[in-house]
Design a binder for this molecule. Structure first.
Ligand code: MN
Length: 328
């Protein structure tokens, strides 16, 4: 992975704003805070901005100052670094990125190269892995214990704790080096995988017991996470990142989807366990995008039933095409 071009840009400037996508996940948070911390440690002037407060399991690691909710004036910075998002819509607030000097660093293959400089490296398992390589390429930077912890969060979460298909040898190399540098691996694992609240566990059980719907001969499962369900268990939507993985871990399901009501329709996340079944294709057809095995989008619709019907049709086609491909 060639990251020397990014390293040079970061070496040569002093004044940065770092951004990532809305509803930030572990990679978004880890790569942003890791780069923020490393650049600050070598005396650069850096702000990091999140569109919303971080989920509780991440907040305990985010003990360095960042900006939340109040959008800063981009014009005050020499360079705006966009991390882990493939198009301006994923950022959240409507922004004309073409007005600024934008360095776009991402590993999503469908990145539309909205930056002034674009470093789209789909071979990276996580944007945090790219940042790790960038910092190694910078003569002036080093990876401190704190930076290592942030980057480890990104690596762990985008590989599902080193379980997903993107867990390639370079991931273990980077994780090994980060661990040697003092990354707080055990605290991360504890916070991300062994700390769900009892209320969340009950809600998860209710989803599996009463809310799963299936199609495609039981190979596709989905559920609608309503506000009513969240309220009944007192769970904040922000803290539901692991819910889809819990359903995905069930043996027969090859593809799973979660729906959430949003504005005039339904936002969805999709996961696939089979490389021949690209949910990225479905998401791109439905106002979204992402990776081939993990993607999301939006279906404008008045009712959940209608949205589910549209999704079922697309996923059925995916199974049919994959079946046809196998016979060919
Ligand atoms: Mn990522």
């Amino acid at each position: 992975m060639d990251t020397s071009g990014i390293a040079r840009i970061l070496e040569d400037s002093d004044n940065f704003l770092l951004l990532t996508h809305k509803n930030p996940d572990g990679d978004a948070i880890g790569s942003l805070l890791g780069l923020l911390n490393a650049l600050r440690e070598i005396g650069k002037n850096v702000d990091g901005y999140f569109h919303e407060k971080l989920p509780a399991n991440y907040a305990r690691f985010a003990d360095i100052p960042a900006l939340y909710e109040n959008l800063p004036d981009f014009g005050r910075y020499d360079i705006v670094v966009c991390l882990d998002f493939s198009n301006p819509e994923r950022f959240g607030p409507q922004t004309d990125f073409s007005r600024y000097n934008v360095v776009n660093i991402d590993h999503h293959p469908d990145n539309n190269r909205f930056g002034s400089s674009n470093f789209v490296l789909p071979e990276a398992a996580a944007t945090a892995e790219i940042v790790f390589n960038v910092l190694n390429d910078m003569d002036s930077a080093r990876i401190s214990r704190k930076t290592a912890t942030f980057l480890m969060i990104g690596l762990i979460m985008d590989t599902g704790g080193f379980r997903f298909d993107n867990t390639i040898p370079s991931v273990f190399s980077a994780a090994s080096e980060l661990l040697s540098l003092g990354a707080d691996y055990h605290a991360i694992i504890d916070a991300m995988f062994f700390s769900k609240s009892a209320d969340f566990a009950k809600m998860e059980a209710e989803v599996v017991l009463h809310h799963l719907r299936t199609g495609c001969d039981g190979r596709f499962a989905w559920f609608y996470l309503s506000d009513m369900l969240l309220d009944a268990y007192g769970v904040d939507e922000k803290n539901t990142e692991g819910l889809i993985e819990a359903v995905r871990s069930i043996e027969n399901f090859k593809i799973v989807a979660i729906f959430r009501r949003k504005d005039n329709g339904f936002r969805f996340s999709l996961r696939s366990k089979d490389g021949a079944l690209s949910v990225g294709i479905v998401a791109r057809e439905l106002n979204g995008g992402g990776h081939e095995l993990a993607a999301g989008g939006f279906i404008p619709s008045d009712t959940i039933e209608e949205a589910e019907g549209i999704m079922l049709e697309r996923v059925s086609k995916l199974f049919a095409d994959a079946g046809a491909g196998k016979e060919a």
